[in-house]
Design a protein around this ligand. Structure first.
Ligand SMILES: [Zn+2]
Length: 252
């Protein structure tokens, strides 16, 4: 059994990240699960080395110990960075069609997306059959209407919560849902602790995990915790300047 701390080095850690880490450690302890550190740097466009340094400094300060994962920034960049696995993530996309999961290239731009109330392609790409072209289209998984996904003891209507979600981005990088699933597969994750705002993401990953036969993720123990809010009641995130540990750090 394994739980993981999964910060994203796109900003300094904030109190919300720390609350997530402490709860994750608690969940691991109670379950007798190992604790891993997984640094989600697949989104190379936002990567900064100092954010990785910050993760190690803060985790050490807070007395965290993990048995799997990088020990320091140098170890991380040499041996664990997800940015070195882009080709591997891309190669795994073929598993979707092997598993009978329909996907399609979406050529809609960000401007097309504005005004669309939830995720999903706003422009009818589902029926167009355009092949994926890195740099000009994203790859979306088709989520049939009425798709209910079990996430721990909860049920999520995935087509309503997220719609046809992206697994490969327009800019040629893997999307969060895809990386997170493949990394949890690699680690053998069985306990997943996330903020409540990520319940739809958990459902998307559990949905793919079920279809791809990654049972320990599909049937993982899921804990979704309330978000840590600032004094104005806003979620601590990259758009909100947070106090001591500064900006956004984890999506888990
Ligand atoms: Zn589209």
């Amino acid at each position: 059994m394994l739980a993981r701390l999964a910060p994203t080095p796109s900003g300094y850690l904030h109190e919300g990240n720390l609350a997530n880490f402490h709860l994750t450690r608690e969940v691991a302890r109670e379950a007798g699960a190992a604790l891993a550190l997984r640094i989600d740097d697949a989104d190379a466009s936002r990567y900064r080395r100092e954010y990785v340094d910050n993760i190690f400094v803060v985790l050490t300060e807070q007395g965290f110990d993990w048995t799997i994962g990088p020990r320091d920034t140098e170890d991380f960049e040499s041996n664990w960075s997800q940015r070195n696995r882009t080709a591997e993530y891309f190669a795994r996309l073929v598993d979707l069609s092997h598993a009978g999961i329909p996907s399609y290239a979406c050529t809609c731009s960000r401007t097309d997306m504005s005004g669309v109330p939830r995720g999903g392609c706003p422009g009818g790409c589902r029926d167009r059959g355009t092949p994926l072209a890195a740099g000009s289209s994203a790859l979306r998984v088709q989520v049939p209407a009425g798709t209910d996904v079990t996430v721990g003891d909860r049920e999520v209507r995935l087509d309503e919560a997220l719609g046809d979600f992206v697994v490969w981005r327009r800019d040629g990088l893997p999307a969060y849902q895809w990386v997170s699933l493949l990394e949890d597969e690699r680690l053998g994750t069985t306990h997943i602790v996330r903020g409540e705002d990520l319940i739809a993401s958990s459902a998307a990953q559990a949905y793919l995990a079920r279809a791809l036969g990654i049972a320990h993720v599909a049937d993982a123990t899921y804990v979704h915790h309330p978000l840590v809010l600032d004094a104005q009641g806003r979620k601590l995130s990259k758009s909100t300047r947070a106090s001591s540990h500064d900006r956004e750090g984890a999506r888990a």
